[in-house]
Design a protein around this ligand. Structure first.
Ligand SMILES: [Ca+2]
Ligand SMILES: [Ca+2]
Length: 248
């Protein structure tokens, strides 16, 4: 299970790193949603790169309008004094959705954190790339139970691989966690859950940040029911939601 989820995660990162231009996005539908834990209401639109595809969920407080103007799929540097047209329309509340078992419900939601610095390996240059909270319903019972988040290197704050938090209770506390590197199933190590998320046994890596308490985890997990209520309202039927990551 662990190696399967880390392999899926690497596919999500690959899809994100090779995302096409947002100009090719097509909106499929939009639903009005209410986030139960906070009572906030807004809109959630599904969009994709092919006709009929729901590859992304985009959340906005006002009606979504033209999805091509609401998100950037890859980080770019902006001169805040002279922002590009439409900059004020952008939302950071979006993510990639997947239906791994093909039952029509989202069971893997990669919700954007934003651009993060990726720890260089070997003679690689420092780079910035989007990373995600990956909310997972690993046993397809309709409830989120696991989370993959970037692993942060204590020494320099760079992202090095990811951490999988497993068996997450309603309170946001994981029962176990592990780290996964870039090179496949041999590269998975046990970690220990802490009051602030998860740490590697040698303390060199933490999950997402060292301030990731159960309440924050529970909040991230609560995005999956929101996405699925919108999917139901939009009447999404297989195979609208992709079963796995791909290059478009
Ligand atoms: Ca599913
Ligand atoms: Ca579950």
């Amino acid at each position: 299970m662990r190696s399967e989820l880390f392999a899926f995660h690497r596919g999500v990162i690959d899809q994100s790193d090779h995302a096409p231009s947002e100009q090719s996005l097509k909106k499929l539908c939009e639903a009005k949603v209410r986030h139960a834990p906070t009572g906030a209401s807004g809109y959630l639109a599904f969009a994709g790169f092919r006709k009929g595809d729901a590859a992304l969920a985009i959340m906005t407080s006002d009606s979504t309008g033209d999805v091509r103007r609401r998100i950037w799929l890859r980080p770019r540097f902006v001169d805040k004094k002279n922002p590009p047209p439409g900059f004020d329309l952008l939302t950071l509340d979006w993510g990639y959705v997947f239906d791994r078992n093909g039952d029509g419900r989202v069971d893997y939601f990669a919700f954007l954190i934003g651009p993060m610095s990726i720890a260089p390996r070997g003679d690689e240059a420092l780079r910035f790339a989007n990373r995600f909270w990956e909310v997972i319903d690993s046993d397809f019972n309709g409830e989120a139970d696991s989370l993959i988040v970037p692993a942060i290197r204590e020494s320099d704050g760079g992202v090095e691989g990811a951490m999988l938090l497993e068996g997450i209770a309603k309170s946001g506390e994981p029962s176990a966690c592990c780290w996964g590197g870039e090179s496949g199933s041999a590269d998975i190590k046990d970690c220990r859950p802490t009051a602030r998320g998860c740490r590697s046994l040698d303390n060199s890596l933490t999950a997402a940040s060292d301030r990731f308490p159960p309440a924050a985890i529970a909040f991230v997990m609560s995005q999956l029911p929101l996405v699925n209520s919108a999917a139901a309202e939009c009447n999404l039927k297989p195979p609208a939601i992709p079963r796995g990551p791909r290059r478009y």
